[in-house]
Write a protein that binds this ligand. Structure first.
Ligand code: GLY
Ligand code: MN
Ligand code: MN
Length: 459
């Protein structure tokens, strides 16, 4: 994929030149200590990786895009170090990294502070991440003051500093075919992990034992790690939205909610399935499950080019709210008609989150959910400059999002007891295509019949 990384750098530099030229500096993530002498597993910065494909810590991408002339992409990374490589393993060093990752030049990261002021000299603008990392903000200030210090020699410092994230967010929002392939692979591994968890679940097992089965499948299939902390929630725990995997024992009659996805080759998957610990849905469980499934199918049907980002949510809410009225979770004499329930937000007692989010290198991936102020759609809707007034973004091929409606029934007065403590969410990863969408996570068993068959041990 080296070429897609250099193509992204070229596209970004082209845009910077169109805007008058400048220098972009993108740092990777720092290594973080967990406790004495022990580090957290290292994870690169997503923006840095998007532009480089380089996974070592202590590295910077510097893109020099002069107002006119040929732009240059430079990598700063750790020098080869025979001693450190005995302890920590292989590092490319600038020379090999330059060739392997397709840069125009590469330097030892130790020379960064000396080199950056030279690269910034007489350039109109600096692009970097602003206000997100105090260390980087301080470095930027030092680099700028080093260039400004040369003013008497006739060197001009960049007059403007731009936040680079909005430019990169917009690029990252649209996945190319190579990225979709990776995300399909990530989702397929995670789908296999959900199937494994279902197969190996039984009353008497603990949530953490089921979590272990997910991890087994992720790593066994070559995934890097979970893309986020797995949720394995049995019984009433499923109604706690950010529950982790605890020590609760799966009881006969519980539903188990698992929200877990692996990160594969730098890309996240994000899947939720809910299934009965004993392999058979009870009548009440199945009733609510079919409502959530219908809501999810309606939201997936709304995932197509031209639809608004919230169309899927609105479709799901309509079906969930109707289900709440049909089952008596909400009583018509108290909450009124379906339209009243939607208008008043009464459905939020049992469905309190949104139906999806962008998915990519980050599980809650970057990208604006609303149309840019002043865009054609924005003007058509007569919206003002205020964020909240901007219309929701229209879906386009290459966007990837999750579709994840749910129902969470906490015990409360007036709520039929048969449904108490049932928590259900069904979440898939969906790529928008020319003709509609592709469900990347289709390998995870989903219908009642599929789940019960997998849990019976049928293939
Ligand atoms: N697993 C995080 C989410 O569903 O948004
Ligand atoms: Mn999600
Ligand atoms: Mn999730």
């Amino acid at each position: 994929m080296t070429s897609s990384y250099s193509q992204r750098r070229a596209r970004l530099m082209h845009r910077m030149q169109q805007a008058g030229g400048g220098v972009a500096i993108i740092a990777t993530a720092p290594e973080v200590m967990r406790n004495s002498d022990a580090e957290y597993p290292y994870r690169h910065d997503s923006y840095f990786y998007y532009l480089s494909g380089f996974m070592e810590p202590e590295a910077y991408v510097v893109l020099v895009a002069p107002p006119a002339g040929t732009p240059r992409a430079i990598l700063f990374c750790r020098e080869k170090n025979a001693e450190r490589e005995i302890w920590d393993g292989f590092r490319y060093g600038p020379q090999a990294a330059c060739a392997a990752f397709g840069f125009d030049a590469a330097f030892d990261v130790a020379s960064l502070d000396a080199e950056i002021p030279k690269l910034l000299a007489d350039m109109p603008a600096l692009y970097c991440a602003l206000g997100r990392d105090a260390g980087l903000d301080a470095q930027v200030r030092d680099w700028l003051s080093a260039v400004r210090g040369q003013a008497r020699s006739g060197v001009a410092a960049p007059a403007t500093v731009h936040d680079i994230h909005p430019l990169l967010d917009e690029m990252r929002l649209f996945k190319d075919a190579g990225e979709i392939d990776i995300m399909r692979r990530a989702a397929t591994i995670s789908g296999g992990a959900h199937a494994r968890a279902m197969r190996l679940s039984a009353p008497g097992k603990t949530e953490y034992q089921i979590e272990a089965e997910l991890l087994h499948e992720f790593r066994h299939a070559g995934a890097d790690a979970p893309a986020y902390t797995s949720i394995v929630a049995t019984g009433a725990n499923a109604c706690v939205l950010h529950y982790r995997a605890g020590a609760a024992v799966l009881q006969d009659g519980d539903l188990v909610l698992i929200d877990a996805g692996c990160e594969f080759a730098g890309y996240a998957s994000d899947i939720t399935r809910t299934y009965p610990a004993n392999g058979r849905f009870s009548a009440a469980q199945q009733q609510l499950y079919e409502i959530v499934l219908a809501a999810q199918e309606a939201a997936i049907a709304a995932a197509r080019p031209g639809a608004g980002f919230m169309d899927g949510h609105d479709a799901a809410v309509r079906i969930l709210a109707q289900g709440m009225l049909d089952t008596g979770l909400l009583q018509r004499d108290r909450v009124g008609s379906l339209d009243d329930v939607i208008e008043s937000g009464a459905f939020r007692q049992f469905y309190m989150h949104r139906t999806g989010h962008w998915l990519g290198m980050d599980v809650h991936d970057v990208g604006d959910y609303r149309q840019a102020a002043g865009s054609a759609g924005d003007q058509a809707a007569g919206a003002g400059a205020k964020d909240a007034a901007r219309p929701w973004r229209r879906l386009q091929p290459g966007m990837v999002l999750t579709v994840e409606p749910g129902l969470y029934v906490r015990p409360a007065e007036g709520v039929p007891e048969a449904y108490w403590n049932i928590g259900i969410r069904i979440e898939d990863d969906v790529a928008i295509t020319q003709g509609g969408c592709e469900v990347l996570s289709a390998s995870a068993p989903k219908t009642v019949a599929e789940i019960e068959a997998v849990m019976r041990g049928a293939s």
